[in-house]
Design a protein around this ligand. Structure first.
Ligand SMILES: *Cc1c(COP(=O)(O)O)cnc(C)c1O
Length: 425
C-alpha cells in the first residue's frame, strides 16, 4: 500500500497551465456549449484563475455545484485518501462508503432509502422509472401512467428528463419524445386540479407530479408555500406521488439542507446531484418507504455510488454540518439580496425584482431594458466576476456556500461597474 499523502499547501504550489489553444479545442470537442472565451486553470475558495493569469470571483460555482468552493482542504484530504485506498468497485459487492452516505442522507431528510447514480439527469431518470414501477405495481388500475411537470422547468438532457423539461427550446429536433408526460404552469394549483381531472376522466392516469421546489434554470422562481401545501393534499387524496427535483437547490444551497424544507411539505421522492459531492460527479434519488419498489434488476449504474464519489459526498455533507455552513448561506444570501434589491430600487426602469432563497438568487431584467442577461454576464466577466444567466432576462447568482461577507461586497461592486459599462455603451 502506498503511504498516505502528506498535504503541504498543495494549492499555492500548483502552477496553472498557461497559454490555451482554443482553435485546437474547437477542432476536437463537439460544439455543444456556447462558451465564454476564457479557460480556467485553477481555483481556491471562491476565486478562479484563467490560463492568462486573470482572476475571477466565482459566483457560478460550476452552476451551483462547488458547494465548498475550490480546493477545499477537507475535500482534498478525503479524496486523496480515498483514491489511495479504493476508488471503484462494482455494486456486485457491498460498498461501505455508499452505506454511510445513504445513512447520513436518511438521518438528515424525510427519505427512507437512497439510490446512487452520477448526475442530475440520471437521478431524475431513476425517479421517473420508480414512479412508473410504483404505478404499475401499486396503482395497478393505471395502465398508461402520466407524470405532470411544470412549464419552464428543467430536469436534464436524457430523453425522459428532456421530455419532463417543460421548455420546448430544449426539445426541438429530438422527436419523438418519451410518452407519459403532461405540463402545467408552475405555482398554479387550479392548473394541476384541471390536469388531473382532464387526464383522469373515466380512466385514471396521473401517477405523479414532479417539480423543482424553486425553478433554477427556468429563471430562479421560488415555489409558493400555499401552492405546495395544497399540492401535497391533492397528491394524498388522489394517491399521486409528489416528486421534487432538488438537483440544483438541495444540499444547503437554499439555507436549509433540502429545498423542500422551505415549503413546509415532504416529497415522496426527491433527487440530488449538483452540490452533493461538491463537484465530484454524483447523483442520488431518495424515496419514502411506501414507494421503495425497486428490486434487484430494476435499475442500476456502473459508476453509481462508488467509494470515491460517496466519500466525497459524505465529506461535503459533514463539513456543511461541522462548519455551520447553513448559517453562512442564510446571512450571505440576505446580504446579497439586500445589495441587489438596492440596485433594483435605484433603477426600476431596468430591473423587475430580486428573488431567491439562501445562495440561489436571481435578478430579473425588464423586457424593455436595452440589454439581456448575457450582456451583463459578459461585462461582469470582463470585470473579474463570474455569474450565469437563467434565461435571457434573469441573472443567476450561485456562489460556493463558503462565500464571505467581503466577497459578496466585492461581487456587488464588480457587478455595478459591469452594469454601468453595459448602460454607457
Ligand atoms: C442541472 C439540473 C439537472 C440536470 O443535471 P445534470 O447533472 O446536468 O444531468 C436536473 N434538474 C435540475 C433542477 C438541474 O438544475
Amino acid at each position: 500500500m502506498s503511504p498516505e499523502i502528506v498535504l503541504e499547501q498543495p494549492i499555492a504550489n500548483v502552477t496553472p497551465q498557461t497559454g490555451f489553444d482554443r482553435d485546437s479545442f474547437n477542432t476536437y470537442v463537439m460544439n455543444t456549449y456556447g462558451r465564454f472565451p476564457i479557460a480556467i486553470a485553477k481555483g481556491e475558495g471562491c476565486r478562479l484563475q484563467d490560463t492568462e493569469g486573470k482572476e475571477y470571483l466565482d459566483f457560478v460555482a460550476g452552476i451551483a455545484t462547488c458547494t465548498l468552493g475550490h480546493a477545499h482542504p477537507k475535500l482534498i484530504e478525503v479524496v486523496s485518501k480515498q483514491i489511495q485506498k479504493l476508488h471503484h468497485v462494482s455494486n456486485l459487492y457491498y460498498i461501505p462508503e455508499q452505506g454511510e452516505l445513504a445513512k447520513w442522507i436518511v438521518e438528515h431528510s424525510c427519505a427512507d432509502k437512497v439510490f446512487f447514480c452520477n448526475s442530475g439527469a440520471e437521478a431524475n431518470e431513476a425517479a421517473i422509472k420508480l414512479v412508473r414501477k410504483y404505478a404499475h405495481r401499486v396503482l395497478d388500475f393505471l395502465e398508461q401512467p402520466v407524470i405532470l411537470t411544470a412549464k419552464a422547468s428543467f430536469h436534464g438532457r436524457t430523453l425522459a428528463t428532456l421530455t419532463a423539461t417543460g421548455q420546448p427550446k430544449y426539445q426541438k429536433d429530438f422527436d419523438p419524445l418519451v410518452p407519459g408526460f403532461a405540463y402545467v404552469p408552475y405555482n398554479d394549483i387550479e392548473a394541476v386540479e384541471n390536469a388531473i381531472a382532464d387526464l383522469d376522466e373515466g380512466n385514471r392516469r396521473v401517477a405523479a407530479i414532479m417539480l423543482e421546489p424553486l425553478q433554477g434554470e427556468g429563471g430562479v422562481r421560488p415555489g409558493n408555500i400555499d401552492y405546495f401545501r395544497r399540492l401535497r393534499q391533492i397528491c394524498d387524496q388522489n394517491n399521486v406521488l409528489l416528486v421534487f427535483d432538488e438537483v440544483q437547490v438541495g444540499v444547503g444551497r437554499t439555507g436549509k439542507l433540502w429545498g423542500y424544507e422551505n415549503l413546509g411539505v415532504e416529497p415522496d421522492i426527491f433527487t440530488s446531484a449538483k452540490g452533493l459531492a461538491g463537484g465530484i460527479p454524483i447523483g442520488a434519488m431518495m424515496c419514502k418507504q411506501k414507494c421503495d419498489v425497486f428490486e434487484p434488476g430494476s435499475h442500476a449504474s456502473t459508476f453509481g455510488g462508488n467509494p470515491f464519489a460517496c466519500a466525497s459526498g459524505l465529506a461535503v455533507l459533514q463539513t456543511i454540518e461541522s462548519d455551520n455552513i447553513l448559517e453562512n448561506v442564510i446571512a450571505r444570501g440576505e446580504q446579497l439580496r439586500a445589495a441587489l434589491s438596492a440596485i433594483v430600487v435605484q433603477f426600476p426602469e431596468l430591473f423587475v425584482e430580486v428573488r431567491g432563497w439562501g445562495l440561489i438568487n436571481g435578478m430579473e431584467i425588464r423586457e424593455s431594458a436595452p440589454f439581456t442577461s448575457a450582456d451583463i454576464v459578459n461585462a461582469a466577466l470582463a470585470e473579474g466576476l463570474l455569474i450565469a444567466p437563467a434565461g435571457p432576462k434573469v441573472l443567476r447568482f450561485v456562489p460556493p456556500l463558503i462565500v464571505t461577507e467581503a466577497e459578496v461586497n466585492e461581487a456587488v461592486a464588480k457587478l455595478k461597474i459591469a452594469m454601468s459599462k453595459v448602460l454607457h455603451h
